[in-house]
Design a binder for this molecule. Structure first.
Ligand SMILES: Nc1ncnc2c1ncn2[C@@H]1O[C@H](COP(=O)(O)OP(=O)(O)O)[C@@H](O)[C@H]1O
Ligand SMILES: O=P(O)(O)OC[C@H]1O[C@](O)(COP(=O)(O)O)[C@@H](O)[C@@H]1O
Ligand SMILES: [Mg+2]
Length: 341
């Protein structure tokens, strides 16, 4: 059995640990399994850009950020679709594909599987917004990085008596903002799931200030004020045609300063949250995903992906991860909001 592995969509810490987990499990536990790496997501697949992946290629990589395979946001259906993928799999004698990616990658994998191709999946999202899995690798690392950054912002904020606005990732969901904000003791956490007014935000800033605190406001990049119809975007589109987000913190800061009279500074953490070495939790989760996905390939469970339920790795159909994002429930927001202001 020759298994191709690809990583697709935005990268996040832990992708290499999945690749290593899969290759080591396959090579040590089975005599007739070999792997090929597919470069740059679906792009490398339609271009037949593949190379053998053995133990030397995965040695020591679980602590490395990024993906040794490279990634892209190429849509395979724009480059020959099912026919081209079938052709490349035949040419390269690839029996099955492990697609590691987010909702879009899994949507593509589902369409290809529906046409008879042998594909399984591993869920990937730093935003932690995929349904059907409790956690994805990369999220814990991002929360840790964001929390450390906020701890730093608080000391400089305290020195100057300033309000600090920290912008974190989170296109459609506020999980990174919620967790890092709670960990850092933020005075408000602004998430895409809950539109909020400037009055409310400034109320929290004023009340923190009244207690002698230097306010820390955490905002997810996909957050919208109640006056906005779309998330703040000033950077054009990504390769898949989605608006590139980022900059809402810079938009909020002068308004907070003007309304409250408190000097305010914004920091956008950006890709620092997605780069570098994965946390121990993410390495373990990613390694377990990688090992488990080899089992579902050998069981020929095409159209399925591995997922985390509690502490168990389970198998679910692609469709369970599609069509509906895992958003922050109102109860989790309300719980965090008890500590706002
Ligand atoms: N419905 C779809 N059918 C086929 N490909 C899709 C679909 N939606 C998204 N994609 C592809 O999914 C990939 C990126 O999505 P995803 O895995 O969600 O990562 P990210 O959220 O980090 O961009 C790209 O290759 C994109 O072209
Ligand atoms: O700069 P890029 O690569 O376009 O990605 C930015 C986007 O990727 C994200 O990190 C989402 O990635 P995930 O699919 O891993 O959740 C968003 O938070 C952000 O909007
Ligand atoms: Mg995504």
């Amino acid at each position: 059995m020759k298994i191709g592995i690809l990583t697709s969509g935005g990268d996040c810490p832990g992708l290499n640990a999945v690749i290593r987990g899969a290759v080591l499990k396959g090579l040590t536990q089975h005599d007739d399994v070999e792997f090929v790496g597919i470069k740059n997501g679906w792009k490398g697949l339609v271009e037949a850009d593949v190379y053998p992946l053995g133990r030397p290629q995965v040695m020591g990589i679980s602590k490395q950020g990024g993906t040794i395979l490279g990634t892209s946001r190429t849509n395979p259906f724009e480059y020959g679709g099912v026919e081209r993928v079938r052709e490349v799999m035949a040419e390269t004698e690839m029996d099955a594909i492990v697609a590691i990616g987010g909702e879009g990658t899994l949507a593509a994998a589902k369409r290809l599987t529906d046409e008879g191709l042998q594909i399984v999946g591993v869920p990937k999202t730093v935003d932690n917004d995929l349904s059907a899995t409790d956690y994805t690798f990369g999220f814990d690392t991002a929360v840790q990085i964001a929390t450390e950054a906020m701890d730093r912002l608080r000391t400089t904020g305290d020195s100057h008596g300033r309000c600090m606005v920290a912008e974190v990732m989170g296109r459609h969901v506020g999980w990174i903002a919620l967790h890092s904000g709670m960990a850092a003791g933020a005075h408000a956490i602004l998430i895409p799931e809950r539109k909020t007014s400037m009055d409310e935000i400034c109320g929290w800033v004023d009340s923190a200030r009244a207690r002698g605190r230097s306010p820390l406001i955490v905002v997810a990049e996909g957050f919208q004020l109640d006056t906005m119809n779309d998330a703040h975007s000033e950077r054009g589109l990504d390769a898949f045609g989605r608006p590139r987000l980022g900059g809402i913190g810079d938009q909020l800061a002068p308004e907070i300063e003007e309304r409250t009279g408190i000097e305010t500074r914004a920091t956008t953490l950006g890709h620092i949250q997605r780069g570098g070495t994965p946390s121990a939790y993410d390495r373990v989760l990613a390694t377990r995903y990688g090992m488990a996905v080899v089992d579902i390939v050998l069981e020929e469970q095409w159209g399925k992906m591995v997922a985390l339920r509690g502490t168990q790795i389970v198998t679910v159909p692609f469709e369970d991860a599609l069509g509906r994002l895992k958003t922050v429930p109102q109860s989790r927001y309300d719980e965090a909001a008890i500590l706002f202001g």
